[in-house]
Design a protein around this ligand. Structure first.
Ligand code: NAP
Length: 312
């Protein structure tokens, strides 16, 4: 058990990210008390059954009473309404944060709703899976993953340090940047890869000359690696697209240009250009493994031989 970073933590939203935070906070003693709220009675009941917290509240405002740190863990499109709801309950000096995958629009939606007596420090843990809900979380989700803080100009340093200490306690490495830069970086490292995966899966599903069953049967050729990303939560990704429009459109335009360039290389039999490009991209995976952000296991660690996957 570590020394608690805060006495009372409130988690508003208890899906994959909220429940992972609850689990790690409890396991490592990062807070003394975890107050949990979720929009639906069903999710809140499930959180209680899983014993994720110390108190459970149908009202988000009730969960925030006396909280030293409030972390809003809902889809980014809902963060403004949640900020409005909890604002009157926040004690002076409370730190309010979030985990949204987009930052500038979340800041624009939440900041005007919050009282000046609270410290608003947005954050984004760059860690996740394609699963949702309170059962999907696990305490190790943030281990050695980056958490990006985007403190607004003039943010209280002590509050930023407390939030950083909280995320460090949850296992994360910390980085700070401004919200707009965050959105540009994440557009290329997360948002575009998801959109490409959604698009490829959509194209495969619409095929007429290659049957659906063939797409599934021969998916180990590469297609199935896209399906993990394309299985991600539709609400979350709709909100990411609508709330990071400019950066995503900019990156999609570049991506479309690069795809056209590749089309030309193939059309003109430019094997050297293709080979150079594939060599460059292979090195990128190597750097991700070297940076400890991916395990160097063959075929993404999938079992082979006698241990075949269900359905294989
Ligand atoms: P999740 O598993 O789907 O859980 C969502 C939570 O938000 C649930 O408690 C849900 O409540 C609540 N919620 C949904 N819609 C709401 C609304 N309109 N108003 C109030 N509460 C609402 O989602 P998640 O994956 O944890 O994602 C939460 C946040 O983390 C998102 O902002 C996402 O961008 C960010 N994030 C996600 C990942 C990832 O890989 N999934 C990674 C990093 C950051 P009920 O179940 O009670 O309806």
């Amino acid at each position: 058990m570590e020394k608690p970073v805060v006495k009372r933590l409130a988690l508003i939203g208890i899906g994959l990210i909220g429940s992972s935070l609850a689990r790690v906070t409890k396991q490592r003693g990062v807070a003394d008390h975890i107050a949990i709220s979720s929009r639906s009675a069903e999710t809140l009941d499930r959180a209680r059954e899983l014993q994720l917290g110390d108190s459970y509240h149908a009202s988000a405002a009730d969960a925030c009473k006396d909280a030293d740190l409030v972390i809003v863990c809902v889809p980014v499109g809902a963060s403004g309404a949640v900020a409005r709801e909890i604002a009157p309950a926040l004690k002076p000096g409370a730190i309010v944060s979030d985990v949204g995958s987009v930052k500038a629009e979340v800041v624009a939606a939440m900041a005007p709703e919050l009282p000046e007596t609270a410290h608003f420090i947005p954050a984004h843990p760059v860690a996740g899976t394609e699963h949702s809900g309170p059962d999907a979380g696990f305490a190790e989700l943030f281990d050695n993953r980056w958490c990006i803080l985007t403190p607004p100009e003039g943010a209280d340093r002590e509050a930023v340090d407390t939030l950083a200490a909280f995320w460090r306690g949850a296992g994360s490495n910390l980085e700070e940047m401004d919200a707009t830069h965050h959105d540009l970086v994440l557009a290329i490292t997360s948002h575009i890869p998801h959109l490409v995966a959604y698009s490829i899966c959509g194209t495969a599903a619409d095929m007429e000359t290659v049957t659906q069953s063939e797409v599934i049967k021969f998916s180990a050729g590469g297609f199935r690696d896209f399906t993990r990303l394309a299985a991600s939560d539709p609400t979350m990704w709709r909100d990411v697209c609508l709330n990071n429009r400019d950066a995503i459109l900019e990156m999609l335009a570049r991506f479309a240009e690069d795809i056209s360039a590749m089309q030309r290389m193939i059309r003109w039999n430019d094997g050297d250009a293709l080979f150079d490009m594939f060599t460059r991209t292979r090195a990128i995976r190597r750097s991700i493994i070297d940076a400890g952000q991916e395990a160097d296991v063959v075929d993404f660690g999938r079992p082979h031989g006698g241990d075949s996957l269900p359905g294989e």
